[in-house]
Design a protein around this ligand. Structure first.
Ligand code: GAR
Length: 199
């Protein structure tokens, strides 16, 4: 059984897609062990509670520095025997001490086709604002392994989504979530659990 921890910061629609896939029997061999947020008020924590999943807020603000936070998180997740850490709208950059402890076992969903519109400062709606400002006709989402850079790790899955006439950052974000993110994130977890990811 692959025990996963899902790290979140906000609404948690990607977390919901993982829960829905698991409840529909599409994630054989996967157990959602816990949901950790850096923000106490994140709605994602409510989603976890509704489905009986252990949930907690662990904020970097409660630690002396990012190294102390990263070490605590790595210990916390190792003690729970977590085999895969899924960043699902998690907006904290995890420090090297954490990434080294979980090398090759952290994945992230990013709302663009990497290497476009990624890296420092590209998160959430800002990604879609930048895509519209550049005038791209196709965007999408990427699931990738997390290394010590920002959005630089090996790509696992990508899915393209068309930009439509009159799109706003909000309408584009919604389409990218519905047509790409909520599909490829559970699929990547399923592939990793089955030992089928090809990078
Ligand atoms: C998602 O669009 C996700 O791809 C993005 O934040 C949103 C979280 O939504 N992540 C990033 O921008 C990471 N760089 P959710 O809380 O509803 O899943």
């Amino acid at each position: 059984m692959l025990k996963i921890a899902v790290l979140v910061s906000g609404g948690g629609t990607n977390l919901q897609a993982i829960i829905d896939s698991a409840e529909a029997g599409k994630l054989p061999g996967v157990s959602i062990d816990c949901v950790i947020s850096n923000k106490a008020g994140a709605y994602a924590l409510e989603r976890a509670k509704e489905h009986g999943i252990h949930s907690e807020c662990i904020s970097p603000k409660d630690f002396a520095d990012m190294d102390a936070y990263g070490s605590y998180m790595a210990d916390f997740l190792a003690k729970r025997d977590i085999g895969l850490v899924v960043l699902a709208g998690f907006l904290v950059v995890l420090p090297p001490v954490f990434i080294r402890a979980f090398a090759g076992r952290v994945i992230n969903i990013h709302p663009s086709l990497i290497p476009s519109f990624c890296g420092d400062g590209f998160y959430g709606l800002k990604v879609h604002e930048a895509a519209l400002a550049r005038g791209v006709k196709v965007t999408g989402a990427t699931v990738h392994y997390v290394d010590e850079g920002t959005d630089t790790g090996p790509i696992i899955l990508q899915k393209a989504v068309e930009v439509e006439e009159g799109d706003t950052p909000e309408t584009l974000q919604k389409r990218v979530m519905e047509q790409a993110e909520w599909i490829i994130l559970p699929k990547a977890i399923e592939m990793i659990a089955a030992g089928r990811q090809d990078i």
